[in-house]
Design a protein around this ligand. Sequence first.
Ligand code: KIV
Ligand code: ZN
Length: 515
Amino acid sequence: MSRDRLIIFDTTLRDGEQSPGASMTREEKVRIARALERMRVDVIEAGFPAASVGDFEAVRVVAEAVRESTVCGLARALDSDIERAGEALAGGGRTRIHTFIATSPIHMRDKLRMTPEQVVERAVHAVKLARRFTDDVEFSPEDAGRSEADFLCRVLEAVIEAGAGTVNIPDTVGYNIPEQFGSLIRMLRERVPNADRAVFSVHCHNDLGLAVANSLAAVANGARQVECTINGLGERAGNAALEEVVMTVRTRQDVFPCSVGIDTTQIVPTSRLVSSITGFAIQPNKAIVGANAFAHESGIHQDGVLKSRETYEIMRAEDVGWSANRMVLGKHSGRNAFRNRLQELGIELASEEELNRAFARFKALADKKHEIFDEDLQALVTEAGTEAENERVRLVALKVCSETGETPHAHVTLTVDGAERQGRAPGSGVVDASFKAIESIIASGTELQLYSVNNITSGTDAQGEVTVRLEKGGRIVNGQGADTDIVIASAKAYVNALNKILVPQERAHPQAADV
Ligand code: KIV
Ligand code: ZN
């Protein structure tokens, strides 16, 4: 039986970034985009260029860096948004513009204040304009899951006629349930007269925990593109998780008449990368990528798996990229070995200067920790990258004092815009004291929203990877730091977050009402 291809459209860098606290820098987006390309994702939605100068730049550099996947930019059905997306994608290889306008009665009446006629006209105009920039145009009727069937058919027929090659049906508010959503897709494919000229796509939100189930019901009813994100990141409760959609279609080939082109061994490394950049920890029991996803605790299960793994395992851990920690480099490894291993991991550093910085960190780490694993290298590179772009505040030295029965103290030396400054403070623990000592110098006025520590590999000599989330005036940023000493890792993460907060950025939301 010949199988259709199911197009995997990843929106981690756009809808995923709309998760409060998940904002990413341009360099972080490029790293994730490269990992997605390595995973052979078909389409990467890199951002919403009209949102801010930062978003525009991020889409531009991702479009320039990625050649194997199609790079997509989101645009409201507004001339200015579409022109901006076209401009951001101009230097890319395969590119797509994804334009949208809401079609549900509640959105048209209360948000857009437009009549259905005006919405159809605007949608058609947007698609035609987008086609001037690229042949690959996708249209989404926002809130399709609550739109009227007849009107949806009318809009879709008109935009396909206007040149949209993909029509995406979003369950924007996560309201649909699988049977109903599957029937909606079937009905649209049957009733829209020119349906055979477009790929039907779905984009499901997880407000009721049904995003993956709804997406799969749509695939069973003819959808041939699924929009999803790594670890299910996304606005509110998130989007359909890429790893779950892909592994379900792959594992249940008896049910789904299509195949995916994804290199599934890249799933776990990419999931970790996204988690470490965004600071969104992965729950241990998360399907596919959670730490316990392939761990068998009960004696009966362990016994069964030892006799024959299929007794309790439906997938192989190594097929999704779980591997035992592997010692790859050590104290005596040279610059070439370091560079080669990074290349094998698909990590490209932006410049020779960045490679030098990462190598210096590697040497310092190898002095403290004799076995360096791939995960350590990933963390090193994340740090070298963040340091390059945010240099207003730098951690020079940290000394902490902790003794039973005494109040912990921290003494920190920073450079702020090049000038050395010192601060000291007591705290409830050494991490608290370190953050207060930093604040005694910076007085940032931020609020700490999250502090989390993860060990990168196992053992007490492992590096701790710390994420710090800070909020100021509604703006939320994440900072990361890694070190074998978790107090130093914490201070690095705090300084990294402060540097991001000190760079102001204006940003619009894609679903804002000003269409
Ligand atoms: O959820 C949604 O409706 C969206 C659209 C922009 C596709 O993210
Ligand atoms: Zn969405």
